[in-house]
Design a protein around this ligand. Structure first.
Ligand SMILES: [Zn+2]
Length: 390
């Protein structure tokens, strides 16, 4: 078909229709979504969960670790589909595909935020999770509320020329923030720092940040980075035996290597590395600082309730805390257990119980108790505490 002048104009307009233009339209669908995105920013949500349910659509926000319901939109299927389709247009997702998972990063000027989107089908339709990536202030290491000794040991470790530093914990435990705080305090002018991430969450000046995509696998990216003569390398996540070996061999050959794992605790790091089949000696010779981290909810100092025994529990909420979405709490505190230069024998003759009692400093439980005693954390927190919560 020949493209007439009018047609060409239509084509150009279609191309120029950015997410922001779609979001600023005045129809119901656009207003619906702009409300969702603005509200998520206002209450400082970390994620937006959008689910097509049996008779409608559910929008929830994750705020300080908890899911809060924002909208339950009960309407007939075609109206819900109109909303979903508009959202897919806004995010440049393929409208013709509705039975496959899709991933994408987008940014909206109108909310001044970047998002990592995961779209997946379920029995009732399509579901979205928007991880909000904020270019917000990265806290200094000294602002992470670590005990003095923990901070001093970590600082010592991160100033070594070689070795392996690993942080473990579930998703949302603040591992990335801790690593970003560390990177910001390294001497990045004098040292070559390469990161391999999925996705790159925050920009760290004077580092070479690489993002995994469907063309480059983790292990290829690690090998490529090692050929670029780095002093320090951050491997976003140890995923398998090969990445574990690459990380530890790099640590052995004169690099300082940072990484993360998903395990319950510090002993679990050693257990996992051994379980992956990495040679004991390679682990034993290179572990410098391994830590496990959680975020616990900090009570709102304005409305927390003091009990007769001197401990505190969550209050009903006040103007200070309720505005942020979750009543009675005021942000979260990281708690960290760690092992600093575990002895080679403790790894060669690894026994979880023995490792815990001889090599782990400040267990997660002890750290949690410290904050409870300081009146900063709900007295009931430890009761809910289960090591299996990963
Ligand atoms: Zn309050």
């Amino acid at each position: 078909m020949e493209i007439t002048q009018t047609n060409q104009k239509v084509l150009q307009t279609a191309k120029a229709r950015s997410a922001d233009e779609l979001l600023s339209k005045k129809d119901f669908q656009s207003r619906f979504w702009i409300d969702v995105f603005l509200k998520a920013n206002e209450i400082n949500a970390s994620d937006i969960h959008i689910e097509q349910i049996k008779d409608g659509l559910l929008v929830r926000f994750r705020v300080q670790g908890e899911l809060l319901q924002f909208i339950e939109y009960k309407e007939e299927f075609s109206l819900v589909r109109n909303l979903i389709n508009r959202l897919k247009q806004i995010c440049s997702l393929d409208l013709s595909v509705n039975d496959e998972a899709q991933d994408r990063s987008v940014s909206f000027e109108v909310t001044n935020s970047r998002y990592r989107i995961a779209l997946s089908p379920s029995v009732f339709g399509e579901n979205f999770v928007f991880r909000i990536i904020r270019d917000e202030f990265i806290p200094k290491l000294s602002e992470l509320y670590l005990p003095q000794e923990t901070e001093a040991d970590l600082r010592y470790a991160m100033n070594q020329k070689q070795g392996f530093i690993c942080i473990t914990g579930p998703t949302g435990s603040g591992k990335s923030t801790t690593l970003q705080s560390i990177l910001m305090e390294l001497d990045r002018e004098k040292k070559k720092v390469i990161t391999i991430e999925n996705p790159v969450e925050r920009i760290i000046p004077s580092t070479l940040q690489k993002e995994i995509n469907h063309k480059v696998s983790w292990n290829t990216a690690i090998k490529m980075a090692l050929r670029e003569d780095p002093d320090i390398i951050l491997i976003g996540e140890i995923r398998d035996r090969e990445s574990a070996e690459l990380a530890l061999e790099a640590a052995q050959t004169g690099h300082l290597v940072f990484s993360t794992l998903h395990t319950n605790d510090v002993a679990g790091i050693v257990d996992r590395l051994l379980g992956l089949g990495v040679e004991k000696r390679l682990i034993a010779d290179n572990l410098l600082f391994v830590s496990a981290q959680r975020l616990i909810q900090r009570l709102c100092s304005n409305c927390k309730v003091k009990l007769a025994d001197g401990y505190h529990i969550k209050g009903d909420g006040c103007e200070h805390c309720s505005a942020k979405g979750v009543k009675g709490i005021n942000g979260r505190l990281p708690i960290v257990e760690y092992s600093f230069y575990p002895t080679p024998e403790s790894i060669i003759e690894f026994d979880k119980k023995n490792f815990e009692s001889t090599q782990v400093k400040r267990t997660l439980q002890a750290e949690c108790r410290r904050w409870i005693e300081a009146g900063e954390v709900d007295e009931r927190e430890l009761r809910y505490w289960r090591k299996s919560h990963v």
